[in-house]
Write a protein that binds this ligand. Sequence first.
Ligand SMILES: N[C@@H](CCC(=O)N[C@@H](CS)C(=O)NCC(=O)O)C(=O)O
Length: 211
Amino acid sequence: MKLYELAMTPSARRVNIFLKELGLNEQELGLERESLNLRAGDNLSDEFKAISVNGRIPVLELDDGQTLCESVAICRYFDEIITSAHSLFGDTPLEKAQVEMWQRICELQGLFVAFQAFRNITKVYEDRERCVEAWGQESRQRVIEFLPTLEKQLGQQPFVAGQNFSIADITAYVMMSFIKHLEITPSDDQPHLTAWLTKMEQRPSIIAVNG
Ligand SMILES: N[C@@H](CCC(=O)N[C@@H](CS)C(=O)NCC(=O)O)C(=O)O
């Protein structure tokens, strides 16, 4: 198996934190890694596009040549092939639905909006997409306006999707660490979000990935 990635990017970080949480032995699993230089356009080549439907990293290439893109799909694959007492996608029917709900909320209203803000404000990928500064600024504002949703939830539950750490925490944490690049941090009236962030930064999986 080979994971195409760029370790510092948010989408690769989602997969890498997930893998650390699973605690699997990458050597035993035969997991190799290949790092791409995205800014130089390694992912724009015909060769890469042939293995990545969305043209982005991360991509997991299986031993039989089949490939998976989309970070959550890759996490789900690892979750299914590894035997563990608890799934980061939830265990009971209700927990699974709650994790799915919060995962989608954090992704659709948080992380992807932050991506739009960063890409359109910094124009980092203007060699490959049209950038709209005003859309970037609007997206940045929408991220700020999403944080109270997390603050409210974390005031009622220890983790984003409820009582247990889940993939929703990984998505929310990756978003919170990424938005520092947009000069967004929790405000003084968001103590639960701040405390949860500190708790996340103490998790061995996150310490390992943050290096
Ligand atoms: N929804 C995708 C997003 C993947 C994505 O946006 N990857 C970025 C790095 S975080 C990328 O490859 N960017 C290069 C480009 O846009 O050309 C996922 O979760 O895997």
